[in-house]
Design a protein around this ligand. Structure first.
Ligand SMILES: [Zn+2]
Length: 80
């Protein structure tokens, strides 16, 4: 017998392979990054974790950015 499929809204941890871990959430489209679901990120947009903890998907910790804005933050030229 196959195990029952996980219900929508289930979560699991995904190892990106570069030392970062992300939460995946099961949506009607399959497993998606929870931080992208929560911010309704569009393709081409990136989502930044303000406290640099990729497992903290509290809404106040997430911000949608263009790839360029995101790069600037991680290069340390801007604070948040
Ligand atoms: Zn970031």
């Amino acid at each position: 017998m196959r195990p029952a499929a996980k219900p929508l809204g289930s979560t699991r941890i995904h190892n990106s392979g570069r030392g970062n871990f992300y939460i995946l959430e099961k949506s009607s489209d399959g497993w998606r990054y929870q931080h992208r679901l929560r911010t309704s990120a569009l393709s081409g947009e990136e989502v930044h974790h303000k406290d640099r903890n990729s497992l903290n998907n509290a809404s106040e910790n997430l911000v949608r950015l263009t790839p360029k804005e995101h790069r600037i933050i991680h290069l340390g030229k801007r604070k948040t």
